[in-house]
Write a protein that binds this ligand. Structure first.
Ligand code: FES
Length: 107
């Protein structure tokens, strides 16, 4: 298990214990814990509705071309923006802290 902190859009911190042996990604962890993250494309790097800002200085898996393309089209992108569905939870990410990006209000 690893510790993961997710800060919601109101600035509230949510601390989770996450298993690393289930192949879960960060978007799925947020959804399981009922945080307001849509994950519309189901984790295919095709929607950017799982956009987060990484606040801790962990070395994350490299961004795929599809993630970079999606972030190119997303709103409110910052240098620490990532698609949380592309971040697989592994032991190396113990202590990871991310913040949910603003909703792009596309509903
Ligand atoms: S869930 Fe669609 S890009 Fe992550």
């Amino acid at each position: 298990m690893i510790a993961v902190t997710v800060i919601d859009r109101e600035g509230k911190k949510h601390e989770f214990e996450a298993p690393t042996d289930m192949g879960l990604n960060l978007m799925e962890l947020c959804r399981i814990n009922e945080l307001p993250i849509k994950g519309t494309c189901g984790g295919m790097a095709l929607c950017a509705s799982c956009h987060v800002y990484v606040q801790s200085d962990h070395t994350l898996p490299e961004q795929s071309d599809s993630e970079l393309d999606m972030l190119d089209q997303a709103f409110f992108v910052e240098p620490n923006s990532r698609l949380s569905c592309q971040i697989r939870l592994t032991d190396a990410l113990n202590g990871l802290t991310v913040q949910l990006a603003p909703d792009d209000a596309e509903e």
